[in-house]
Design a protein around this ligand. Structure first.
Ligand code: AMP
Length: 216
């Protein structure tokens, strides 16, 4: 299955992407994760991306698209993939369509995780990530009082772009640039939406149910 996940920052895309991709046995391709790996690895790509990411702005399309093109050319992505965080605007969606048609392929479905703005701010401002294993914790929902990962003992950190001010800016960017994708994909008859509030496992179940008609 060739699947795109859309939804505002904090909709739980990263978490759901992990479960859905593993249920469907397809690779999860997250542009945010690839950028962050490049930032920590100190690469040229990371250096370029960092200043945009820290402000909560989108990394320029040419940089992002080249990176996605490389990733989609890898062998594990030939029979299906889940894209998390890409496309992020209509021009990226148009290029993705063109890129896939060059490979003789097309998207099967776009899953929208639906959640309102105030919930997003609450979720993101309390989000902490383990610097060692990447697991995501939440100060309220997981009742996390220390900054140590209960799974691997790594140190938890707050993503620089998860401060309340930057979260609000990321939401504006989402409304202006990414929300139009919802109607773009609705027009292409590719869009299905699921309510992304409630326990993580229930959201995954809803998502799998919504995707069932598109499974091979
Ligand atoms: P995410 O982890 O998906 O929230 O992405 C974190 C940051 O990476 C975003 O705020 C952007 O700065 C950058 N980013 C991720 N995906 C894209 C994309 N498709 N286009 C441009 N910038 C992106």
């Amino acid at each position: 299955m060739r699947l795109v996940l859309v939804g505002p920052p904090g909709a739980g895309k990263g978490t759901q992407a992990q479960f859905i991709a593993s249920n469907l046995s397809i690779p999860k391709i997250s542009t945010g994760d690839i950028f962050r790996a490049n930032v920590s690895g100190g690469t040229e790509l990371g250096r370029i991306a960092k200043e945009y990411m820290d402000r909560g702005d989108l990394v320029p399309d040419e940089v992002t698209i080249a990176m996605v093109r490389d990733r989609l050319s890898e062998s594990d992505a030939q029979d299906g993939f889940l894209l998390d965080g890409f496309p992020r605007n209509v021009p990226q969606a148009e290029i993705l369509k063109k890129m896939l048609s060059e490979f003789g392929a097309a998207l099967d479905v776009v899953l929208e995780l639906v959640v309102d703005d105030e919930e997003v701010v609450r979720r993101l401002a309390g989000r902490r990530t383990c610097g060692q294993c990447g697991r995501i914790w939440h100060v309220d929902f997981d009742d996390k009082k220390d900054d140590v990962c209960d799974v691997c003992g790594g140190r938890l950190y707050q993503r620089e772009d998860d401060s309340e001010e930057t979260v609000r800016h990321r939401l504006e960017v989402y409304q202006e640039q990414t929300a139009p994708l919802v109607s773009f994909y609705a027009d292409e008859s590719l869009l299905v939406g699921v309510d992304a509030t409630g326990p993580v496992e229930e959201i995954t179940q809803r998502a799998m149910e919504a995707l069932r008609p598109f499974a091979d």
